[in-house]
Design a protein around this ligand. Sequence first.
Ligand SMILES: *Cc1c(COP(=O)(O)O)cnc(C)c1O
Length: 396
Amino acid sequence: MSDQNPVFIPGPTNIPDRLRRAMQVQTMDHRSPAFAGALAPVLAGCKTVFGTSEAEIITFPSSGTGGWEAAITNTLSPGDKVLVARYGMFSHRWIDMCQRHGLDVQIIDCPWGSGAPADRFADALRADTAHTIKAVLVTHNETATGVKSDIAAVRAAMDGAGHPALLMVDCVSSLGSMPFEMDGWGVDIAVSGSQKGFMLATGMAIVAVSPKALATMEGATLPRTFFDFRDMMKANASGGFPYTPPLQLIFGMAESLKMLFEEGLENVYARHTRLAEGVRAAVQAWGLELVAQSPALYSDTVSAIYVPEGFDSNALVNHAFATYGMSFGVGLGEMNGRAFRIGHLGSLTDAMVLSGLATIEMAMADLDYPIRLGSGVMAAQEHFRATVKRALTQAA
Ligand SMILES: *Cc1c(COP(=O)(O)O)cnc(C)c1O
């Protein structure tokens, strides 16, 4: 079984050889001037990807989940109310974290497959005349359902209600793959990680924090030590780190930013859109349904696909791995057994996506799915051939 097969899980993503090489560096003293020279450009480059000139970039040695924890513990106090909509496993897990931290979570439950409900946020915020809600938490790209949400619409709902709560956004599976406009959308804290759009190994949580969010830091009393923004910002100011930094990842991130900027962020986004359209053409040709309820919600980084009635999506994913050595995403939470996921983010080309579609088709045919072998591949091939001229760079 070849370890060269791409993965089609929605993170961690395929690591380009260029980035694997960039992470192969010898230990360096993180108290030396050389380290300071490595960190600062990475923080500056991340600002561009987040779409911010105003925010502070703070990175912790952690997966994305640590970024959530940093966001809430640095800005909130026990008992504070936060408003969150639940429409998938990741929004659910952020809610669970808030509850375990002793926050008062006002939950808006939505059908899985829908996105952030700006209108229901507006109602809840207008009803909160005493402004007890301190933060609104939104998952930009719900990786469990393949749904992207309209963050600008959530900001408009908050402004329309004249509500001063902080807007915190999880962009772990969208940043660096789909447009993200932290300043333009009025996001106060955006949380991401190294192992999805940045195409790196797991281990850096990257958090962008607006001046408004920073201003709440001193008054926030939730306990934090490892994730304290103040310690990190103080150390970063002189080019250092408050504890041992993930050196190899920081070198990898410098190279990842270089790759993204060489291709051009707009071209990176266009590549993701085009590859996602190819996957969606295949899904349609198979006669299967996406979990995402409408085209405006379709994610360009992951597609969650219902299996036909009577089939088990776990068996499909297991079979594809056991038989063909290729990984696809299982259905999470409510979608367990009912849907599988094709991750299409990070370092991917037409040829790689076609290999994934061909493989999952073989697995479906083996398990007697009512699909025609080759139908999805052909639909994606046609889309890719029809659009290849306007497609710009194919990433390495
Ligand atoms: C991957 C992911 C996370 C973070 O997961 P970690 O495993 O902690 O890196 C958070 N939110 C979303 C939407 C994700 O896709």
